[in-house]
Design a protein around this ligand. Structure first.
Ligand SMILES: Nc1ncnc2c1ncn2[C@@H]1O[C@H](COP(=O)(O)OP(=O)(O)OP(=O)(O)O)[C@@H](O)[C@H]1O
Length: 294
């Protein structure tokens, strides 16, 4: 099996429907202080995902103004901002989920490990195995718990040591202990929080490098939310996690870096999470995180 995202022979799997690197730099944000900086330029060591002047239109509506930022490997990056500011649009560019929207037009570059994911030779299905996605509403298949996790592997005929890999993915998603005696039962019978961890296990089974999460806990109760937050911290030991959230306390709790998008689809600030929440460079970011608007 090829790991290449440009491997156009990669078999189809389901699953979900729906500035240069500067080494030796501590700073992730080099935006000029003040609100006139346009666009925000960011530099990080070792970015796994990098946007260069990425813009998105839906027909005539510009959803993202040119976004340039590097997302560091092996960390949790939160994307926050008011409703309609382009958070999901940006996230969905990273694994080309916006391809599924006819009116969406992407320009600029979105690099995954240095390769533009919009190059003609990139297979979006193979890309989505490397960059998995978890949605706001848990969306397990109407299949057994086991088959939910094994599905992608089965579809591409990659069924060696399947039991072991299913167990490993469920353990990694902190669900194994709760479901190990009911693997044949339907995934739909699990609680909402368990279903979301099942979806995370399904993404993990494909052996991704990056996991995108679009408001993964917003449909869950506080206990289930707390479990997902703990899990995100654990996942960052092995994966790069990029999470869109409306919940600023959650962003502050779970992320290493935070990107703030504001109205008009503009990336206004991107920096270490503590800096964003304690001493942002931009007044508008401070106003947003202190609840003055949004
Ligand atoms: N499929 C689509 N077709 C047309 N316009 C869209 C589509 N998806 C998003 N948009 C528009 O693009 C802009 C950005 O939307 P997006 O969903 O990315 O924002 P968001 O910050 O994730 O919002 P929310 O927090 O409410 O989910 C909005 O103006 C939205 O109406």
């Amino acid at each position: 099996m090829s790991d290449s995202i440009g491997d156009t022979t990669a078999p189809e799997i389901e699953t979900e429907t729906e500035s240069e690197v500067e080494t030796g730099s501590d700073s992730v944000a080099e935006a000029a202080v003040g609100d006139e900086a346009d666009p925000t330029i960011t530099t990080v060591d070792n970015p796994v995902v990098k946007a260069n002047e990425l813009t998105v239109h839906y027909d005539d509506v510009q959803a993202l103004q040119p976004v340039s930022m590097g997302i560091p490997q092996g960390e949790v990056t939160a994307i926050i901002g008011p409703s309609g500011c382009g958070k999901s649009t940006f996230l969905r560019c990273i694994n080309r989920m916006n391809d599924l929207v006819d009116s969406a037009q992407m320009d600029g570059e979105l690099l995954f490990k240095g390769k533009n994911v919009y190059d003609d030779d990139v297979d979006p299905v193979a890309l989505r195995r490397k960059i998995g996605m978890v949605f706001q509403k848990p969306n397990p298949f109407p299949k057994s718990i086991y088959d939910n996790v094994a599905y992608g592997l089965n579809v591409r005929g990659d069924d060696e040591n399947l039991d072991e890999r299913v167990e490993r993915a469920l353990k990694r998603a902190a669900l194994w202990d709760e479901v190990k005696d009911q693997l044949d039962e339907s995934g739909l019978e699990l609680s909402g929080g368990q279903q979301q961890r099942l979806c995370i296990a399904r993404a993990i089974a494909a052996d991704p490098e990056v996991i995108l999460m679009d408001e993964p806990a917003s449909a869950l109760d506080p206990v289930a939310t707390s479990k997902i937050e703990d899990l995100i911290a654990e996942l960052a030991e092995d994966y790069t996690v990029i999470v869109v959230t409306h919940n600023m306390q959650q962003a502050a709790r779970i992320s290493d870096k935070t990107a703030v998008f504001l109205t008009g689809g503009k990336l206004v600030e991107f920096d270490n999470t503590q800096k964003i929440f304690e001493n942002p460079d931009h007044q508008r970011v401070e106003d947003y995180i202190t609840g003055k608007f949004g």
